[in-house]
Design a protein around this ligand. Structure first.
Ligand code: ARG
Length: 275
């Protein structure tokens, strides 16, 4: 298996604060038993396709389960740009993320004080090595300049304008062979244009309904796309261009504003060395 993903055990996941619209009024409405079962189904599915490395959850940091937000791996250099979270409710995750990555032999990089960056939730490499970064609701608009200190490939900033799609990975998903999924209404006009120019006729626009099912929050391993739920329309579009689509329900994590992609962190990012 050539791909490696980091996941975090789900037993300490909970919803007891509100930092995105999906979490509103969800305190007390989470079934942890169902969440754990859904996480294990996702884990089992992904284990058959990729190597999974595990972090351990902490009751102090219930959103730690969303490993996409730990940081951004620069794979060839084995460097890891640590996230600095916007909300105090997640800021303590940084210490845990640093310890885990250092133990695993990665060199951790801190962005300057005050910079807000939420990792692979807001920074996604496409199949030609460009890095697309989302800013606005979480990561701030200085992020491109900070990341450019460490990354030589082009960095394209995208402004997120719908609070429900507060991380880039909730509304945009680069796929192999130049394809990408995106939800147009989640971006400002310039950003839509940038995405349209960047992917041409390999860009697949999601309907509002698909956006709300978090169809863009998909994990892609090889040609397999794993997501919470798809529609017959989207499935056909993807199958017609050679992908397979696997659904696995993640309703309990959706209550926290996360789905398949948020629950994983790929360690196989693009090479980004300056030389
Ligand atoms: N409740 C978490 C938050 O609001 C969900 C994070 C989802 N992660 C992601 N990569 N989109 O921060």
């Amino acid at each position: 298996m050539s791909e490696t993903l980091v996941m975090c055990t789900p037993e300490s996941f909970s919803i007891n604060y509100e930092i995105n619209p999906w979490m509103q009024h969800q305190t007390g409405h989470l079934s942890i038993e169902l969440a754990v079962a859904q996480w294990h189904r996702l884990f089992d599915l992904l284990s058959s396709l990729a190597e999974i490395k595990l972090m351990h959850g902490s009751p102090l940091w219930p959103d730690l389960v969303f490993t996409a937000n730990a940081g951004l791996p620069l794979t060839r250099e084995k460097k890891f740009i640590l996230s600095s979270f916007k909300h105090p409710q997640r800021q303590g995750e940084k210490i845990i993320n640093r310890a885990w990555f250092e133990d695993a032999g990665w060199v951790c990089i801190d962005l300057p004080d005050g910079a807000i960056f939420e990792g692979a939730g807001d920074a996604l490499f496409d199949s030609s090595g460009r890095l697309w970064v989302g800013y606005g609701p979480r990561s701030d608009d200085t992020i491109k300049a900070h990341l450019a200190q460490h990354i030589a490939t082009p960095i394209l900033p995208l402004k997120l304008v719908d609070p429900r799609f507060y991380h880039l990975d909730t509304c945009f998903c680069p796929l192999p062979d130049g394809y990408a999924l995106f939800l147009p209404t989640a971006f400002d006009e310039n950003s839509c244009q940038l995405i349209a120019n960047g992917f041409g006729d390999k860009l697949i626009s999601l309907t509002p309904e698909e956006g709300l099912q978090f169809c863009a929050n998909a994990v892609c391993v090889g040609k397999a796309i794993i997501l919470n739920q798809t529609t017959p329309r989207l499935k056909k579009l993807l199958v017609d261009v050679g992908f397979s689509v696997l659904q696995t329900p993640l309703s309990e994590f959706m209550k926290s504003g996360g789905s398949a992609k948020c629950l994983t962190l790929s360690l196989d990012g693009w090479s980004t060395r300056h030389d």
